[in-house]
Design a protein around this ligand. Structure first.
Ligand code: SF4
Ligand code: SF4
Length: 140
């Protein structure tokens, strides 16, 4: 991400996202092979716990990496922040999700995370969970 000038922090570098997407053609194959059957939901403990369709493995992959492929990286920063909620907030990358068609969903979610990181969109557990930054050093 380019930073320093006014407004640039809100930009998305679509060209670098495209370059990353082009590195992993297999991911595109996985996306086109998904039949949206929903069977992978049964193997995701987070889906089992929440019973919310946005927790199904396929939903998380299709609405993060799938969207990036579909739009060829031309997404807004706000859209990428929403993807962050899916790929970090609703997945722990335990790799338990099972697809009878052999789609490696966890690797798709992991690749979506990698792409988000290039845009400086990343889960900050110290900020995102507690809502505050790290404690200042003693005496500060
Ligand atoms: S990833 Fe596999 S199991 Fe999940 S919806 Fe797609 S085809 Fe079905
Ligand atoms: S890797 Fe993510 S989507 Fe797959 S089972 Fe684990 S939490 Fe669910």
């Amino acid at each position: 991400m380019v930073v320093g000038k006014k407004g640039e922090a809100s930009r998305v570098d679509a060209a670098s996202i495209r370059a990353m997407l082009d590195q992993k053609k297999q991911m595109k194959l996985f996306l086109s092979a998904c039949a949206a059957c929903g069977l992978c939901a049964d193997s995701c403990f987070l889906y089992q716990n929440h019973r919310d369709p946005t927790y199904t493995p396929a939903y998380k992959a299709l609405n993060s990496l799938g969207t990036l492929f579909k739009k060829r990286g031309k997404v807004t920063r706000a859209a990428m922040v929403e993807m962050k909620q899916l790929v970090w907030g609703k997945c722990v990358l335990c790799r338990r999700c099972y697809c009878p068609f052999g789609i490696d969903i966890a690797s798709m979610i992991a690749w979506a995370r990698a792409i988000l990181r290039t845009q400086n969109i990343v889960e900050r557990y110290d900020l995102d969970i507690r809502g505050v930054g790290p404690s200042p050093p003693e005496g500060a």
